[in-house]
Design a protein. Structure first.
Length: 207
């Protein structure tokens, strides 16, 4: 699954089973013995990732400080690259497990946002959808991915430190003492509707 996330982050929905197997250090046959298709593999990856988001939100809600709880949630989701699932939207069928976990994850995240609003620590024009989009964007790290592909292991730690600084800058932008954001607040459908498929036939290649 870790290999699948990394290949997906680099190649998007066109990530091949061969590339995932190679990254994981296993043969394609071994992978297909566990998952009948690439779609089934990605469905499982989504379910596991949603489970991680739920755990991160539950942990965040246990924080006494609403701001610390919200930033913990965002940091945790970014750390396990929650944003890497975006390319799968609309390319795989949404299973019942995925739908149930998405609903639960969304409810918990909205609770975190509502609590931060009530405490006056989150800017009032930043929505739950803005937070989700921020996680998706911060979950990608082109620099770390490039260094990883090039085998520049001596630079990885510095790149990770730089990423932490970028995340801290983004957090500061969520604070309540800033000018209003430009444009219209994004509707939840902006993220949710992309997961709908035009049909349920098998349009995603298995290889």
């Amino acid at each position: 699954m870790e290999a699948a996330k990394k290949v997906l982050a680099a190649d998007g929905a066109h990530a091949s089973v061969a590339a995932i197997a190679a990254r994981a250090g296993v043969g394609i046959a071994s992978l297909y013995r566990r998952y009948r298709s690439k779609e089934q593999l990605f469905q499982r990856l989504c379910a596991l990732s949603l489970g991680q988001w739920i755990q991160a939100a539950e942990h965040g809600l246990r924080h006494d400080d609403p701001w610390e709880g919200l930033t913990h949630y965002i940091s945790a989701c970014v750390e396990f690259s929650g944003g890497s699932l975006g390319p799968l939207a609309g390319t795989i069928a949404v299973t019942d497990e995925m739908a149930a976990k998405f609903t639960r994850s969304d409810e918990l995240m909205r609770d975190l946002v509502a609590r931060a609003y009530a405490a006056g620590v989150l800017r009032p024009d930043a929505t739950a959808t803005d937070v989700s989009l921020l996680i998706e964007q911060l979950g990608k790290s082109p620099l770390i991915g490039q260094l990883d592909r090039q085998g520049c292991t001596d630079l990885i730690d510095a790149a990770r430190d730089a990423r932490k600084r970028t995340i801290a800058i983004a957090f500061d932008g969520l604070r309540s003492d800033h000018p209003r954001l430009p444009g219209t607040a994004p509707a939840p459908a902006l993220l949710a509707d992309r997961w709908e498929q035009a049909s349920t036939d098998s349009t995603t290649p298995n290889r």
